[in-house]
Write a protein that binds this ligand. Sequence first.
Ligand code: AMP
Length: 503
Amino acid sequence: MTEANYLFDKIFKSNETKEKIFLINESKKLTYIEFHEVVNKISNYLIEIDLSPGDRVAVQAEKNIIQLALYVATIKAGGVYLPLNTGYTLNELEYFFDDAKPKVIVVDDKIQSKIDSIASTSSASILTLNLDESGSLTERIKNYSTKFHAIARSENDLAAILYTSGTTGKSKGAMLSHRNLVSNSEVLRDVWKFSENDVLLHMLPIYHTHGLFVACNLLAIVGGSMIFLEKFDVKEALFWMKGATSMMGVPTFYTRLLASDELNTDTTQHIRLFISGSAPLLSETHIEFERRTGKKILERYGMTETNMNTSNPYDGERKAGTVGIPLPGVEIRVVNEEGHLVEHGKIGTIELKGENVFSGYWGMKEKTKEAFKKDGFFITGDLAQRDEDGYLIIVGRDKDMIISGGLNVYPKEIEDAINEMPNILESAVVGIPHHDFGEAVIAVVVSSDKTLAEIKVLDFLKDKIAKYKQPKRILFLDELPRNTMGKVQKKVLRENYSDLFKN
Ligand code: AMP
């Protein structure tokens, strides 16, 4: 009996002999057969350079098809895939390499010499991969065989380590097993009704769970195709949409699309499903997108540590401002500080359990212990309430909650109130040190009216929210600081304004 490689067998194996197009971009089309030939060459090469089961392959490179093949090849060769955000600095890379001790490191040509000089990389094979697919990886695999027999890995073996975005403290490496990834793809295939006929417009980065696992694993498990573009661009998106059936995006994709006159029922007519996640989609965006295109965006909620947890229904009601209901196999509870379930409409922390949930943080036993309750539920740190139908409404991260004068203030409530004001494009509410209140509520606002005065915003809020929740200051910016996944970086705001009340 041949031993199985759980993830490869469940997600990729059935496509090995498919002549159908798997990946399309501006310059090429690749069938599944051609893709698997590249995968096999890379797997053979990885084994040649002594990759053993469980060894990490760390990658920081611009998105391209070879990089996707490298992911599949790492899994097939028994390795653990470790993708890194292209925005990480050398300093940060040093931390990741030191922490994860990868056996193979793949980076852009531009930084290779700097990586060579990092002590913790001395025993790793360092390869390069550039945006245009050039580099030593593509050179070296050239003469390797296009056949490769998958290395045995079972469902509980590690498939990937993804570092969390680290909004507080050091980034932690979330360990995801073959089973974690497969179970989530199977669930999403069923609830979002993906099939071989789907063509996904893929413009997300592939170093994050959204673009890599949610998108690529899902399309591979159904044997569909992907229009695989380097990054999001409104013009490109509107052009390629005509040949796609589905699109996955972060909220900024949708707000940018809405800013184009060309977004209408015609340009979007072939898309059966627009999906949004990774950051909150404003209700206005959801509503306006439907008005312009006739399509209701489906919002879902997930995390690096857990893959996807909830989704608005495919057939049932998709409610703006909510992340929907638990996915099959995911148990979710919303609890207060004492660990008791909160009533509908009350705010608590989301805790969850399921085959989608990671096993722990790489090399951090204590942090892993702190992240789980005794009964195995993972403490997400996300604050939410349930509406009367059980749909979850995320109100923020617990670390973002503000305690002002001993009272809890949930930023989302204040942001929602501010966003109702005419000409306000977006807002972020944070707490900063205050000599009297402990923390003071401030709001950072982006307005299309550049003459808007602070006092006007404060006046607008006066009768809308309780006094203790009202911002002590309103600050104006041209845009909010966001990371590549569209998340507002509240940490940056807190740091930038930390001295506001110091005297
Ligand atoms: P990451 O691990 O980078 O994927 O970030 C996960 C976090 O993103 C979650 O814990 C949530 O705080 C946030 N998030 C993901 N999806 C949504 C969503 N649909 N609405 C609001 N927040 C979200």
